[in-house]
Design a protein. Structure first.
Lengths: 124, 110
């Protein structure tokens, strides 16, 4: 059974750096064709993809947030870390991590399993 | 602002069929497969359809997806009360290297 769980601060001050951890089980991020991504959702708004890290350490970022984001992994501890610098109130959202695995039949990546999400408020 | 356009709402009575549309461009839906996610109230999103029309294990066959050109559609047949949720389409933009773009979401009311 694959599970993911996000953790991190619930309150962040403007200009601070946010660090979120995704701890997972049931799969290995050393397995070819596996990735973990981060997606956020501001209150009452749509989902927004942030970043993705692949089994081979390759990474992808949202173009609009690329300069502020860093995604890393620790395969020995089964976790993925997302850092976002220079936080602003507009970054207030629920942040989700999700597992993705490449589907060789339809040749695509989708986010198969999601964590429960962690809510982050940015306020002074 | 979402890249993919969905109607804000859709509704139906139990047993009816509801369709949710998703409009994109040549670089996203026009190039790559479309995925759909269901988000029940207060819950995390769940993958409903991937690769335009594939259902993950455990997803009822009442849910189906299709794509034509730069648009996609999710159909829910035999609508049930537990289908009341927000539905999001998504696709990779450009190559599968990203970004992954979501739709604006459609609230389905039963």
């Amino acid at each position: 059974q694959i599970t993911l769980k996000e953790s991190g601060p619930t309150l962040v001050r403007p200009t601070q750096t946010l660090t979120l951890t995704c701890t997972f089980s049931g799969f290995s991020l050393t397995t070819s064709g596996v990735a973990v991504g981060w997606i956020r959702q501001p209150p009452g708004k749509a989902l927004e993809w942030l970043a993705l890290i692949y089994w081979d350490d390759d990474t992808r970022y949202s173009p609009s947030l690329k300069t502020r984001l860093t995604i890393t992994k620790d395969t020995s501890k089964n976790l993925v870390v997302l850092t976002m610098t220079n936080m602003d109130p507009v970054d207030t959202a629920t942040y989700y991590c999700a597992q993705s695995s490449y589907n060789w039949n339809v040749l695509t990546w989708a986010f198969d399993i999601w964590g429960q999400g962690t809510t982050v408020t940015v306020s002074s | 602002q979402s890249v993919l356009t969905q109607p804000p709402s859709a509704s139906g009575t139990p047993g009816q069929r509801v369709n949710v549309s998703c409009s994109g461009s040549s670089s996203d839906i026009g190039t790559n497969p479309v995925d759909w996610y269901q988000q029940l109230p207060g819950a995390a999103p769940k993958l409903l359809i991937f690769g335009n029309n594939q259902r993950p294990s455990g997803v009822p066959d009442r849910f189906s997806g299709s794509k034509s050109g730069t648009s996609a559609s999710l159909a829910i047949s035999g609508l049930q009360s537990e289908d009341e949720a927000e539905y999001y389409c998504a696709a990779w933009d450009g190559s599968l290297n990203g970004p992954y773009v979501f739709g604006s979401g459609t609230k389905v009311t039963v």
